[in-house]
Design a protein around this ligand. Structure first.
Ligand SMILES: [Fe+2]
Ligand SMILES: [Fe+2]
Length: 283
């Protein structure tokens, strides 16, 4: 069968084009952002290769990419039983898409690690050997026993993932900055799906799957693990990452933004959020 072809171009919309589309239309150049946008070196050219990174930043990027790839591969293991266990046809299809997306995100993080030569490759080999229960962050060592776990995990934990990725958007390491837009658009599907699963359970549990009570139990179980994922509030590493132009926010700033975002969402489903201090392991 022939592969699907891109739709034929249509006339430009009547609305006035933005600077990018105007430049495209006129055959001009689209300039990427080449300068560091925040931290101690604002205005200096971004780092474009692993070789030119200062040692401390090099180590930091490796560490963050190992954690990133580990979470992507771990979540595949967590989702796997639901590929053919999700309650509806559509849910199974979305599960399959999520697993494919997480595999691609893992690949993308590993490609960044590969640029660090033999050292990077060693980390990749270790990552590929990790099984359930051996992952860095607690949230990724917990099995999805119930369908409600899938809903709450994707609603909360994937949403934290989005905050982590957004923090890298337009960061000082060019190859990492350029990986962000596609990953972010795919993650958006995951967290919207999580919200819809919990909402359907809370509203229509008996006709759909589980119950409102099951949805509440899952919220109570995953919310503290999601808050932990942001890391320690007074982390020196997160301050360094900001100074290097690598991350945009401190752990605490990102956690507070997340809490502000999910509070009305959970309320809209008729569910309750536990206190942000309840059942926490990392403060
Ligand atoms: Fe992902
Ligand atoms: Fe995801």
């Amino acid at each position: 069968m022939d592969p699907p072809t891109a739709p034929a171009p249509t006339a430009a919309p009547a609305a006035s084009p933005g600077p990018t589309s105007k430049s495209l239309k006129e055959g001009g150049t689209i300039e990427p952002i080449r300068e560091i946008l925040w931290g101690a070196n604002v205005g200096v050219r971004k780092y474009e290769t692993a070789e030119e990174l200062p040692e401390e930043l090099r180590k930091l990027i490796i560490r963050l990419m190992v954690v990133q790839a580990d979470t992507e591969f771990a979540s595949i293991q967590q989702h796997r039983p639901w590929l053919d266990g999700a309650p509806t046809l559509e849910d199974r299809w979305i599960e399959a898409r999520i697993v494919a997306d997480e595999a691609r995100h893992g690949l993308q993080a590993c490609r960044i690690l590969r640029d660090f030569g033999e050292e990077g490759q060693q980390y990749i080999d270790e990552l590929l050997g990790k099984r359930e229960g051996q992952h860095k962050l607690d949230a990724f060592n917990i099995a999805f026993d119930q369908w409600s776990d899938v809903g709450a995990f994707t609603c909360f934990v994937d949403r934290v993932g989005v905050y982590q990725l957004r923090a890298f958007q337009e960061c000082s390491y060019g190859p990492l900055a350029r990986a962000m837009p596609l990953m972010l658009s795919e993650e958006q599907l995951h967290l919207n799906f999580g919200f819809s699963v919990l909402k359907r359970m809370a509203k229509d549990g008996s006709k759909y799957a589980g119950s409102k009570e099951a949805a509440q139990i899952a919220v109570d179980k995953w919310y503290p693990r999601a808050l932990d994922m942001f890391g320690h509030s007074n982390s020196e590493t997160s301050r360094k990452a900001i100074a290097y132009g690598l991350k945009r926010w401190t752990n605490e700033e990102a956690r507070e933004r997340f809490i502000r975002e999910v509070t009305p969402l959970v309320k809209s489903m008729g569910l309750e959020l536990p206190s942000p201090d309840a059942n926490r392991r990392i403060l």
